[in-house]
Write a protein that binds this ligand. Structure first.
Ligand SMILES: [Mn+2]
Length: 211
């Protein structure tokens, strides 16, 4: 299976202290995080995403929307080791909100970011304090469709660049980032390569800040 191959390949080549993964759909985060978890301890997994990605899954039914339920269900992460940022309520069903209550991990809604960015940044900073390492996953569908139309679930009411940069800088400034992924860019539904360009600039910004 593709996910096992991804994990294996990373583990075979494990020699760096910083890793960047480029999607692909969001299902890869299960495989990439699993490999990182082999070699690093005390990791906070931050998912910047419009969706929880905690759908039900089985061996024969794995989708881009179940990376985090897989990681939680298999005990690869505990609820307090996951923070999701940018959740848009109307893109997540009641069933997922019920499921989230059972898991009990922390999340920050998109509208909290819009209404009180400083409060959100403080909350993120506090959460980071308890961890030694951070894995950051960025689902490009969290970015507003006026900037990033090229994702299968792209929509308005998304994050703007200033908000994203403030959140990213808070994470980068902790100097704890050990791995990141950028996922869900889909050139087939993009407009004038806007999302591909945005994502490549985002990646070079992140890499430049960290290295
Ligand atoms: Mn996602």
């Amino acid at each position: 299976m593709a996910h096992e191959k991804i994990t294996e390949t990373i583990l075979k080549n494990f020699k760096y202290n910083f890793y960047v993964f480029i999607g692909g759909d969001h299902s890869i985060t299960y495989a990439t995080f699993k490999a990182i978890k082999h070699h690093f301890e005390n990791i906070l997994l931050i998912n910047i995403d419009k969706h929880f990605d905690i759908r039900d899954w089985s061996k024969d039914n794995i989708s881009s929307g179940s990376s985090f339920s897989r990681l939680l269900d298999e005990g690869i992460i505990k609820a307090n080791e996951l923070l999701e940022i940018g959740i848009l309520e109307f893109f997540n069903s009641d069933y997922l909100f019920e499921k989230l209550k059972r898991y009990g991990f922390e999340y920050i809604k998109m509208f909290e970011i819009k209404e009180n960015i400083d409060g959100v940044l403080n909350r993120i900073e506090k959460k980071l304090e308890a961890f030694k390492n951070i894995y950051l996953s960025i689902d490009i569908d969290v970015i507003d469709a006026s900037i990033c139309p090229g994702s299968s679930a792209s929509s308005h009411f998304g994050l703007y660049q200033e908000e994203l940069l403030k959140i990213l800088n808070t994470i980068i400034n902790s100097r704890k980032l050990i791995a990141l992924d950028v996922v869900e860019v889909n050139p087939l539904v993009d407009f004038n390569d806007m999302s591909s360009r945005f994502s490549s600039l985002l990646l070079s910004y992140l890499i430049n800040q960290i290295i």
